[in-house]
Design a protein around this ligand. Structure first.
Ligand SMILES: N[C@@H](CCC(=O)N[C@@H](CS)C(=O)NCC(=O)O)C(=O)O
Length: 242
């Protein structure tokens, strides 16, 4: 049985893994888990990841969750090109530093912006709460400022002189609010130039392939298919964003 990746390409960490696997020619079975249909809460998926979150990996009887752990597992198992996760002690530590920092500094606040701008209005049928959105965008600002004015003032990529797992994770996370109209690159010129460098390094076609779902407007009819699920998701989102 080939390696299985449980993904929803609406999810930034899932896109990072998808791009990494495709870019490195890693063979895998794509197992779709549609969050918008509540598939992550179904018993079949909870056997793969009891936390009910994507991405997840199954390799034989080995199960793994968390995007960073999955990327590192794939890079080690398939011995991918060294620039992704450099063998040099200090260069590797720079990648580790970003991957540890990004969970709370980027992933959490960027996801919240996306949920407030796109997913909550989609499932609730209500307009975007602009006060909440401004508050959530404010929480991202220190991290964007740090990347633009310190990290990228010193080097072309976030950890080293070449694209690495740090850039891949950052790229897919920052694209999430950007794809739904909160352009995180607009006010930060170095970050904008970095985005173009990362896209060129990953390959524009692969980037487009991974992002085509999130770049399309959601069909409002999808949210009405299962009103009980929609209500449950709205409740979870409101609790998370309050
Ligand atoms: N830190 C985790 C985050 C996983 C995560 O929160 N995934 C989201 C999609 S981006 C999810 O599955 N959400 C479903 C839920 O929380 O109910 C990672 O990087 O893998």
């Amino acid at each position: 049985m080939p390696l299985e990746l449980f993904l929803d390409l609406y999810s930034p960490p899932c896109r990072a893994i998808y791009i990494f696997a495709k870019k490195n020619g890693i063979p895998f079975e794509f197992r779709p888990v549609e969050l918008g249909r509540g598939e992550h809460l179904k018993p079949e998926f909870l056997k793969v990841n009891p936390l009910g979150k994507v991405p997840a990996l199954r390799d034989g009887d080995f199960l793994l969750a968390e995007s960073v752990a999955i990327l590192l597992y794939l890079s080690r198992k398939y011995q991918t090109a060294p620039y992704w996760y450099p063998p040099d002690l200090q260069a590797r530590a720079r990648v580790d530093e970003y991957l540890a920092w990004q969970h709370t500094a980027i992933q959490l606040p960027a996801t919240n912006v996306y949920l407030c701008k796109s997913l909550l209005p989609h499932f609730s049928g209500q307009p975007v709460d602009t006060v909440c959105l401004d508050r959530l965008l404010g929480k991202l600002k220190p991290a964007l400022q740090h990347l633009d004015q310190e990290v990228l003032a010193a080097k072309p990529f976030l950890a080293t002189e070449q694209v690495s797992l740090a850039d891949l994770m950052a790229f897919t996370e920052l694209m999430q609010p950007t794809a739904v109209g909160c352009d995180l690159f607009r006010d930060w010129p170095r970050l904008g130039a970095w985005r173009a460098r990362v896209e060129a390094a990953l390959g524009p076609e692969l980037v487009q392939d991974a992002h085509k779902l999130v770049l399309q407007p959601r069909d409002p009819r999808d949210a009405q298919q299962d009103p009980r699920l929609a209500q449950e998701l709205v409740h979870r989102l409101q609790e998370r964003l309050s």
